[in-house]
Every structure is written in C-alpha cells, then in structure tokens.
Design a protein around this ligand. Structure first.
Ligand SMILES: [Zn+2]
Length: 150
C-alpha cells in the first residue's frame, strides 16, 4: 500500500512539506508545489472507486504530478480479472495505448513486461535510475504500469 509520504512535495511559499493536491496545509498557499522525490506511487483502486472516479482521480494526480516535476508515476490498477478493478486496468491501459496523456506521459511500461534482466526493464532503469528502489511495486506485476512523465 503506497503511503501518503510518496506524495510529498515542497511548498514554495512557506518552505514546508506539503501534499500534492489542494492548498498547503501549513500556509494555505495554492501555488504549484515542487516534488521532493522523482517517483509518485498512485493506487487507482484505493477507496473502491467506480471506473470513472478512478480515471478522474488519476488524471488529477497526473496533472498535479507533472506540474510539480515528478519524473515517474507507478500506477497500481489491479489485475483486471473481473469487476470494477478489471475495468480500471482495461480503461487506463486503453488510454495509455491511445496516447491520451501525451505530452505529460511520454513513455509507459506495463508491469508484466518489466522483468529482471528484460530489455524493457533495462531501458526503464537507464531512463529513471531512481526507480529501482520502488521495483517491488511493479517488477513482473501485471497489476501495475509505470509512466515516464515528460
Ligand atoms: Zn505552505
């Protein structure tokens, strides 16, 4: 389960640590925050949303993450076996394959293609060396996708 910590940013008005979305809790600044880490981990299934809710929330986070300067986003969307969870995976991947999120997402990988030693994983590590510490989330995991933000 991703922690709130992975969404931490710096407030450019008060210099405190703040959350990605909404106003700064410390100074109520509405200014775009700055990412503290390179990678945002986002769980689309959290709170059992409908497909539409999950996609809307994802798009809000993607916009904010891009503006804050995050370099990668690990999206947990589940395995797509059945029910709403399945629909979330199918929908987000259809959007990725349809290039809906260009230029914010300039490249993406499906977790099942990211196996240790695979070409895709080597390519990802070259593009985002800091991603390695988060690999337990996505390595060979068809319930996740990794997005490289432009
Ligand atoms: Zn602040």
């Amino acid at each position: 389960m991703p922690k709130e910590k992975s969404h931490l940013c710096l407030c450019l008005d008060c210099g405190g640590q703040r959350q990605l979305l909404g106003n700064c809790r410390l100074c109520d600044s509405a200014q775009t925050p700055e990412a503290i880490t390179e990678t945002l981990i986002f769980n689309m299934e959290l709170g059992y949303p409908t497909i539409e809710e999950a996609i809307n929330k994802f798009e809000s986070y993607l916009d904010a993450a891009y503006d804050a300067g995050f370099k990668s986003m690990i999206v947990i969307h589940g395995y797509g076996s059945s029910g709403t969870g399945g629909g979330i995976k199918q929908t987000i991947r259809r959007h990725l394959e349809g290039n809906y999120y260009i230029p914010k997402v300039n490249h993406y990988y499906f977790g099942e293609d990211l196996k240790a030693g695979s070409e895709a994983y080597e390519e990802l590590r070259k593009a985002r060396s800091s991603i390695k510490k988060h690999q337990s989330h996505f390595l060979g995991n068809a319930g996740t996708s990794v997005l490289l933000l432009g």
